[in-house]
Design a protein around this ligand. Structure first.
Ligand code: ADP
Ligand code: MG
Length: 603
């Protein structure tokens, strides 16, 4: 029994087989059990699932809370209904208009998201939804007020009008296509960027992701899906009134994805399914709805924080573990990618200063690094080393001075733009995405190297696939380079600290940085790992990249760096070859002040 089960679970096509089987059942079901009422409910469920899939992209993956998605559905529904009834448009251009209008309004709604924290932003979207709800009843000349829009015709194709059953098939097809497209998208550079923006914006920008662009992208795409669902909602109901879009409509969608599992592909489907399996309950208890929503949310937070799909995933893992099956998927295979040479960039920091309130973190610092050189920055804690890296990579604004990479001024650029210009870095505290695999973390680093559009990613066009395969090969190659290939499929958050640093170096390398900056890469490494790090940095220098390394291990520095700059209290004490800097009297006494003797390992 156990062995049959094991064989079944290990069948590589299990998931795909189940999904295809489910699709077949859903397509043929109306032929067998297609009563009008069931078709209506199933179609409506499909429409709601569409909205929820779109919202899941924004909320589950992008981490943005929208309490206005119900209003976007209303905009889509009214745009389609009014153009079809009042202007006699056919369904297709009307649906397109619904998507464009919802996307446009979504864009307007998204704009405050860049200045406000998540919850203030959620309140703005709520207010927005209120305004739309008000307009639906008050702007009677356009919307027909409380009377609503009546007699919305069915979609027609080649002169043939859709029956209720056709509409069901049509909506089902759209749901399937949207899910497939969404799965492709989430598996691409856009999905990883979205999760990075949610879990660690600094890591996202360090890989060249523009937070603003990704958030706008998620909002607009998710709004467009809501608009499309709105158009379908209109033709399905044939009559729409403002009462179809009650105040808690948006909360309902949020609840659907939280119930199903937000940030899980199947979450919206399962969530909507559960809601519709108890339709009588919901209609019978109309006036209790908000209370039920609230209670359900509370129970979920307590017992299934990742929704039903999250809970099922947990059970699945337990079952596999019980049967002795591995829970870590096999590392994907890819063609061998050679490690290509990089043209190191020249870095020049001129007279740069930075104050934090009364503290002069940097005072008139100069730093010149020639292309391909490995240059160390040393100094006691608090001497401004990390601040200097943050200025070069754009995380802090420069009070005074100039920074240039390959002669190009960068001091006024945003961090993601500096990353795109070829400046890669790691952080003193590793900034990985803990819920993604090590491999996916490294792939995030390839964000700017890949050029394909979101649409070609969603459609899995050959050009996008080729690029993704190339990145995969490269990521695996760099994981091997830092000695982490065996752990590629483990969750990044489960790696020991030292290995997280190495994974971060691999992520930076995949972006092929002309200038790589490492902030205390040796901290927390074992002695064996320390040796490995020395070899690794020597190998990086061998590729040709310019390396700036902040490091306390002065022996390591002396081994691998040809130049050193020593900082103290934000000022340059000495700069030059390691042996000269380390024998400089001012440097020695600065370090003595910090109770560290030069040459001592583990400083
Ligand atoms: P190091 O990396 O050399 O240990 P840092 O660059 O982190 O030193 O810090 C230099 C000084 O600047 C310290 O006094 C620190 O407290 C201050 N500092 C750094 N970042 C900030 C910040 N974001 N806000 C306020 N003070 C800061
Ligand atoms: Mg530091």
């Amino acid at each position: 029994m156990a062995s049959t089960l094991r064989a079944l679970l290990e069948w590589p096509h299990l998931r795909r087989g189940l999904l295809i089987g489910l699709c077949v059942v859903l397509y043929v079901a109306p032929l067998a059990v297609g009563t009008e009422y069931r078709l209506f409910i199933a179609t409506q469920m499909g429409v709601y699932i569409l909205v929820a899939i779109g919202l899941n992209l924004l909320n589950g993956y992008g981490g943005q809370v929208s309490l206005g998605h119900g209003a976007l559905v209303a905009i889509g529904a009214y745009a389609a209904a009014l153009t079809m009834v009042d202007l006699h448009w056919s369904f297709w251009p009307a649906a397109l208009l619904a998507m464009v209008m919802a996307a446009g309004v979504g864009l307007l709604m998204a704009l405050p998201a860049f200045r406000l924290s998540t919850w203030y932003f959620a309140l703005i979207t709520l207010g927005f939804a209120e305004v739309i709800a008000g307009l639906l009843t008050e702007w009677r000349a356009l919307t027909h007020g409380f009377a609503g829009v009546v007699g919305i015709p069915a979609p027609k194709a080649f002169g043939y009008a859709f029956t209720a059953r056709d509409l069901y098939w049509f909506v089902l097809t759209l749901v399937v296509l949207t899910l497939v497209g969404m799965a492709n998208l989430l598996n691409s550079r856009f999905g990883r960027a979205l999760v990075a923006v949610r879990d660690n914006p600094v890591a996202a920008t360090a890989s060249g992701v523009s937070l603003v662009r990704i958030k706008i992208f998620a909002f607009v795409l998710s709004a467009a899906v809501a608009g499309l669902a709105g158009a379908l909602f209109a033709v399905q109901k044939t009559v729409i009134t403002p009462e179809d879009f009650p105040a808690d409509f948006s909360v309902f969608f949020l609840l659907v994805i939280v119930l199903g599992g937000s940030g899980r592909l199947a979450g919206p489907v399962v969530g909507a399914l559960v809601f519709f399996l108890v339709p009588e309950l919901l209609t019978a208890l109309q006036s209790w709805r908000l209370l039920i929503y609230g209670g359900a949310l509370l129970l979920l937070m307590l017992y299934a924080p990742h929704g039903l799909v999250g809970a099922a995933e947990g059970l699945w893992k337990k079952l596999r573990a019980r049967l002795g099956l591995p829970n870590i998927p096999p590392t994907p295979v890819a063609a061998d990618a050679p490690i290509r040479a990089i043209d190191g960039a020249q870095l020049s920091v001129r007279d740069v200063s930075k104050r934090f309130g009364g503290v002069a973190a940097l005072a008139s610092v100069d730093l010149d690094v020639a292309p391909g050189v490995t240059h160390a920055i040393v100094g006691p804690n608090g001497s401004g080393k990390t601040t200097l890296l943050n200025m070069i990579s754009g995380y802090y604004r420069v009070d005074q001075g100039a920074i240039a990479v390959e002669g190009r001024r960068t001091e006024n650029l945003a961090p993601h733009a500096i990353a795109r210009a070829g400046v890669g870095r790691t952080f003193q505290t590793p900034r990985l995405l803990p819920h993604l695999s090590v491999l996916e973390n490294v792939l995030l680093g390839a964000f700017t190297a890949e050029k394909h559009s979101w649409l070609s990613a969603a459609l899995a066009l050959p050009a996008a696939r080729r690029e993704q395969q190339a990145s995969l090969a490269e990521a695996l190659r760099y994981l091997e380079f830092v000695g982490l290939r065996e752990r590629a499929m483990e969750l990044a958050g489960e790696l020991p600290h030292g290995q997280q640093r190495l994974a971060e170096i691999a992520r930076a390398l995949v972006g092929r940085p002309k200038l790589l900056m490492l902030d205390e890469p040796a901290a927390g490494l074992s002695l064996a790992e320390l040796d490995r790090l020395g070899e690794l940095i020597a190998a990086i220098r061998g590729i040709g990249a310019t390396v700036v390394i902040v490091e306390h291990h002065l022996e390591l520095v002396a081994d691998i760096c040809s130049r050193v700059t020593a900082l103290e209290r934000g000022a340059v004490l000495a700069s030059g070859a390691p042996q000269d800097v380390f024998s400089d009297q001012a440097v020695v006494s600065a370090y003595m002040g910090a109770h560290v003797r030069i040459g001592e390992k583990g400083a």
